[in-house]
Ligand binder design. Structure first.
Ligand SMILES: Nc1nc2c(ncn2[C@@H]2O[C@H](COP(=O)(O)OP(=O)(O)OP(=O)(O)O)[C@@H](O)[C@H]2O)c(=O)[nH]1
Ligand SMILES: [Mg+2]
Length: 307
């Protein structure tokens, strides 16, 4: 029996549904999802396998199309994207029906060199146009949809274009069949039975960060980073102690809230999700807020945060 294996890297604009897709393909929530851009900050592997294949998917941060200066954190996020474009066996380039031609042209300007090199190396690219559930079965007559198709036809003429809905799992079987067709024969890259390359502590950090996106407005979710210092698991429960780092003193007060009310809510929502993620009856979580000035532009601090 032949065995296929390879790296299938999901790359695309912010907020188009990359993390939704990897979760849906892997069948577990390994990557957090919010309705705001730049949610994913790292490259996260999600592995699926059967006796005859092992596919290693990568979720990546959304490509920031911004001419003005990026923070060091954003630059590091974009390095994960570049790296994922280089080491892919297959690139799933994700866009959605809401992306305007202005954004697409800007993308062409910023990424033409990288995309040319992918084409030179003959790395197959499948262009995924996500969120077609928003326009339903008549999506082919949608103007934005046909503009997007035209753009990609001209830009990467040899790539397949597949309209999908990551949320509703539309055309996911088609996508899986295409991936399996394109993958090369290779023994598994990872020992069988592994779901992700990430640690339990990483998943806890990400769950807390996701809940911060839901509970806090404006810049707060973009100003936090989390480190889980204690993760002690026994048969019945998990004891967790995590620190939330903010950029400024004023943000510390906002995170904690009056008489600690808001942080209690954050603990409550985080605990519920951590319990379900680790399939545990009881999780005890203690959150602590610390100020770490300008961490987003400090290389050493970013390294400590796992960038
Ligand atoms: N209607 C619809 N919404 C979707 C679909 N896929 C994702 N979404 C929504 O789009 C938003 C962004 O989804 P994410 O999966 O976080 O997007 P992302 O590309 O990972 O975003 P970044 O990590 O910020 O780059 C969320 O509100 C999702 O529920 C889809 O197929 N249809
Ligand atoms: Mg994401």
């Amino acid at each position: 029996m032949i065995h296929k294996s390879g790296f299938v890297n999901i790359i695309g604009f912010p907020n188009v549904g990359k993390s939704t897709l990897i979760n849906s393909l892997v069948g577990e929530k390994i990557s957090i999802i919010t309705n705001r851009p730049q949610t994913t900050r790292h490259r996260i592997l999600g592995i699926i396998e059967k006796s005859n294949y092992q596919i290693i998917f990568s979720d990546t941060p959304g490509i920031i199309l911004q001419i003005t200066s990026l923070s060091l954190m954003q630059k590091m996020m974009m390095q994960y994207v570049e790296k994922s474009l280089e080491d892919a066996d297959i690139v799933l380039f994700m866009t959605d029906i809401g992306i305007s031609t202005v954004q697409l042209n800007l993308f062409q300007k910023c990424f033409s060199v990288t995309l040319n090199s992918i084409q030179k190396k003959n790395i197959p690219v499948i262009i995924l146009i996500n969120k077609i559930d928003r326009i339903g079965v008549k999506y082919t007559s949608d103007k934005l949809f046909s503009d997007t198709i035209d753009f990609w036809h001209k830009f990467l003429p040899y790539s397949e274009i597949l309209p999908i809905s990551a949320l509703k799992k539309m055309n996911q079987d088609l996508l899986m069949n295409k991936i399996l067709e394109l993958l090369s024969e290779h023994p598994p890259y990872y020992p069988k039975g592994i779901l992700s390359d990430r640690t339990e502590r990483f998943f806890v950090n990400e769950i807390i960060r996701e809940k911060i996106f839901f509970l806090y407005k404006k810049e707060i979710p973009y100003s936090v980073e989390i480190i889980t210092e204690i993760f002690k698991e026994d048969e019945i429960c998990i004891n967790i102690f995590s620190s939330i780092y903010v950029e400024r003193d004023s943000q510390k007060g906002i995170l904690i809230g009056k008489k600690g009310k808001t942080i209690k809510r954050l603990e409550f929502f985080s605990v519920r999700e951590i319990e379900s993620f680790f399939n545990k009856k009881k999780v005890f979580l203690k959150l602590n807020v610390k100020v770490c000035k300008n961490w987003k532009s400090n290389y050493k601090k970013l390294k400590n945060f796992g960038y």
